[in-house]
Design a protein around this ligand. Sequence first.
Ligand code: ADP
Ligand code: MG
Length: 225
Amino acid sequence: ARRIITADLAAHPHGRWLDEGTAARLLSAYAINTAESVPVDGPERAAEAASVVGLPAVLKAVGPGLVHKSDVGGVRIGLRTPDEVRQAYREMADRLGPAMTGAIVQAMAGEGTEMIIGGVAHETFGPLIMVGLGGVATELLADRAFRVPPIDRAEAARMIAELRCAPLLYGYRGRPAADVAALEEQIVRVGRFMDDLPDVAELDLNPVIVTPDGAVAVDCRVRLA
Ligand code: ADP
Ligand code: MG
């Protein structure tokens, strides 16, 4: 992880939001579970990649200024065939124009609850980690718990229990219970990551999709400073 950070800071001395691939490599050094993302540069490559990662697939536009991808129609989920992926790429590229420099292809995560796990290097307090309800309602509901890392599994469990959305994970009104242990483990690992790496200014995993059999981050952003 330190090697990846040193190399990136050498190329971008003022820090930056890492590209998707670099962020994923950094997170995998801490065994933080992220969806496999294949970078592609055109509709044919996108269709091929979908056969590799598995269908149904997800297509996401990539470009230097594309931050909230779904706000600009830069995320298409549930694409069932390579041909649907090809068409989706063409349509996205036409609509977004030069803002879109490429895309990534992922497999669809299973049905689950969308959570957010975040980290920030606070000027006064040092590293802080956060877990909360993710997806589109994140900002609106601000259902979040914070800690100073590192933390252990029991503390991660307490963070989750503090959330108003916790019943959604435990199995609410006949919904299947989510794999809370996998979510706890992701939080512990994010804690180690933020605690170990002072050059990481900000980390945003939104959403982490928690299904009955795992927790996977499908959108990962890391900022170095
Ligand atoms: P952004 O936050 O830039 O708009 P995301 O990558 O977070 O884009 O995707 C937006 C939404 O699309 C997610 O909140 C989730 O509902 C859905 N989504 C994204 N990737 C996947 C995936 N691999 N599997 C299932 N749903 C996904
Ligand atoms: Mg997101």
